[in-house]
Design a protein around this ligand. Structure first.
Ligand SMILES: Cc1cc2nc3c(=O)[nH]c(=O)nc-3n(C[C@H](O)[C@H](O)[C@H](O)COP(=O)(O)OP(=O)(O)OC[C@H]3O[C@@H](n4cnc5c(N)ncnc54)[C@H](O)[C@@H]3O)c2cc1C
Length: 595
């Protein structure tokens, strides 16, 4: 019998170590083996991806390609520039493929794409092998063990996961790889639909990444930022399995840090180095296996004999990895239509979601300009601006920093929909994961998972509590670099003389951009906004519209928000329901809430 001719399709798993799918592919003992990546126009044009995440991806691909070539000098990562849905049917024929193998991807677009590719494989008589590898446990199986429902809490993951057995031990990286077969392509590529291009704003030159299917030199090389028409990246964080494994090693070689890690005690203001592992981008691109991370930490825990007590979930490092598994199973069910697409500020299109996503009429007439100032890091609140500039420049922000800016944009300041914030994070984060991003934004905006909206982060006190001297602010908001620390979180209160000494003027609304020596006035009085936000959230909870409520879909929700109060029929009914669930204490606490 002829030996298999295998395509291994890299997607969410840009690594050689601990890859169940890659192992399954190599176990086929192929006559010809092509490790490929498809340059999918969906991600190039229809997903918001900033330059820093592109660079990180390109780094990961180059590093992987090099590692493959080390295993077999005749091989590398072959990059094919066409949508997988149209490419595969032709490729199966051209290379006489018998097997297609890949890691399971649970994101909504990926599920649809894979269904199309699997159908094409069926038609072509190609066997498809899929293995999970992105999470601690297979997220579809986790749902089954959680009574058929997506996990919503860490304790549900802790209960359902072990029913599937212990987290699998990592598989070693392969030591050899078969030769690829011929790479001639006897077909014309299908040109991608390049508009609308969500990343147009970044392109300084024409995008040339689809001019030839095998790249400009016909050698299937990894693309460059220049081919995409993008300027150089600004992030200092670089991608690739080599760096990922080094970073993991440097974390776990500090046994005390690893064993006693407590997330709430890690400073969002720490930099060089940051206070948490910064392994999230590596987990996102699959250059680090989450099970490798899990077991390396477990190994440290088993031999830890330090004086300080070892930490436990949810605050420990293992707890963080369990958190990561919570939202993953929801993705196939949580339709992304809940994220409004560009410039669509209407909420009418809210689609049924699995989350009881509270429908908050999160909107101020000035919403757009507030979002712009927040996005650019020109709100006039140095703590918020420093965090947002860190995000824009470097593509990463500490978890509590994400809390601060997300609360500020939504229920704790701007009162803008969480969807606008999630879009900005989608664009800038190098660790962007649809599931984590959406889940966390809903959490922070108190529209799902968490309802204690009276707990609000102050854009002044929160940062100050971690970093009284304002070193973090001074790093990312250099125009305030010489300001006395007494005023660093509230420069608008600084005496004129102090400002003159520091060489900074507090003026305008940030529209003057990076004009030297100018920092904007705060975009509102936070104390005033806090009161307004609390009132509006209280109203939203009284109205209590969730997910696919017909009144959301038919537009009659507006009327409810105009007239909502605890006394309304709907509010009264919702309050009764919430009391039954023990939620009404929020209202009591709300009354006690201090500004
Ligand atoms: C509004 C908002 C949006 C977010 N968007 C993303 C996102 O797009 N992608 C993403 O990976 N994380 C997201 N997070 C979660 C969290 O902030 C990051 O995972 C974390 O800051 C990454 O830094 P780290 O690797 O140093 O984390 P560590 O504290 O070192 O934790 C180790 C790993 O655990 C996982 N983890 C930790 N906390 C969480 C969490 N709350 N939810 C899910 N996984 C977690 C991450 O994979 C992380 O790398 C978001 C949080 C908020 C509040």
């Amino acid at each position: 019998m002829a030996k298999p001719r295998v395509i291994y399709w890299f997607r969410t798993d840009l690594r050689l170590h601990d890859s169940p799918a890659l192992k399954a592919a190599l176990d086929l003992n192929a006559e010809a083996f092509w490790p490929i990546w498809t340059w999918d126009p969906h991600y190039v044009y229809k997903t918001r991806v900033g330059v820093n995440r592109w660079q990180f991806l390109i780094d990961c691909q180059n590093d992987l390609s090099k590692s493959i070539t080390t295993l077999n000098p005749n091989s590398k990562l072959f990059l094919l520039r066409e949508a997988p849905q149209t490419l595969f049917p032709k490729l199966f024929k051209a290379w006489k493929i018998t097997h297609l193998v890949f890691e399971k991807d649970t994101d909504p677009y990926a599920r649809d794409r894979d269904a199309v590719v699997m159908e094409a494989a069926k038609v072509a008589g190609v066997e498809v092998i899929v293995r999970y590898g992105r999470t601690l446990w297979d997220s579809d199986e986790l749902v089954k063990k959680n009574g058929g429902k997506p996990t919503m809490t860490i304790s549900q993951v802790q209960a359902a996961g072990p029913k599937l057995g212990p987290v699998p031990k990592p598989i070693p990286a392969p030591i050899s790889m078969p030769d690829p077969g011929e790479t001639t392509l006897d077909f014309e590529p299908e040109a991608p639909e390049q508009t609308p291009d969500l990343n147009e704003g970044y392109r300084e030159e024409k995008d040339k990444s689809y001019e030839k299917i095998a790249g400009p030199n016909g050698d299937f090389a990894v693309a460059t930022l220049a081919e995409l028409g993008f300027p150089p990246a600004t992030t200092p964080h670089r991608g690739g399995e080599t760096i990922a494994l080094c970073s993991l090693h440097s974390t776990t070689s500090n046994a005390t840090y690893t064993a006693t890690f407590q997330k709430p005690k890690t400073a969002p203001t720490a930099f060089l180095p940051q206070s948490t592992t910064l392994l999230s981008p590596h987990l996102h691109f699959g250059t680090l296996s989450v099970r490798q991370f899990y077991w390396d930490v477990q190994d440290v825990l088993s031999s830890y004999k330090g004086k300080e007590k070892a930490s436990v979930p949810p605050t420990s490092l293992i707890g963080q990895l369990l958190f990561r598994d919570i939202p993953q199973p929801k993705m196939p069910l949580h339709t992304l239509a809940t994220i409004q697409r560009p410039n669509n500020y209407s909420h009418k299109a809210l689609k049924p979601t699995l989350y009881p996503n509270l429908y908050v009429h999160h909107r101020f007439p000035t919403g757009r300009s507030l979002v712009q100032r927040w996005k650019l890091g020109r709100t006039g609140f140095p703590w918020i601006d420093a965090l947002m500039r860190q995000l824009r420049q470097e593509g990463w922000m500490h978890h509590l920093g994400r809390h601060a800016v997300a609360c500020f944009l939504t229920r704790g300041g701007c009162y803008v929909s969480w969807e606008r914030g999630a879009e900005v994070f989608e664009e800038f984060l190098i660790d962007h994961e649809e599931a984590s991003n959406i889940g966390n934004w809903q959490w922070l905006s108190c529209t799902a998972f968490y309802s204690q909206y009276y707990r609000m982060y102050s854009p002044v006190a929160f940062g100050k509590g971690w970093d009284k001297q304002g070193a973090f602010v001074k790093r990312y908001v250099p125009e305030l670099g010489a300001l006395n620390e007494k005023w660093i979180y509230e420069p608008w209160k600084a005496p004129k003389l102090e400002l003159i000494k520091a060489g900074v003027r507090i003026e305008g609304n940030g529209a003057r951009g990076d004009e030297e020596g100018v920092y904007p006035e705060p975009m509102f009085d936070f104390a005033e906004r806090r009161t307004i936000c609390l009132e509006k959230m209280k109203k939203a909870y009284a109205v209590g519209l969730y997910g696919d409520d017909p009144r959301v879909l038919d537009g009659s929700w507006k009327h409810l928000f105009d007239e909502a109060s605890n006394e309304t029929e709907q509010g009264g009914e919702n309050n009764r329901k919430r009391k039954a669930k023990g939620q009404a204490t929020i209202d009591v606490l709300f009354k006690k809430a201090k500004t």
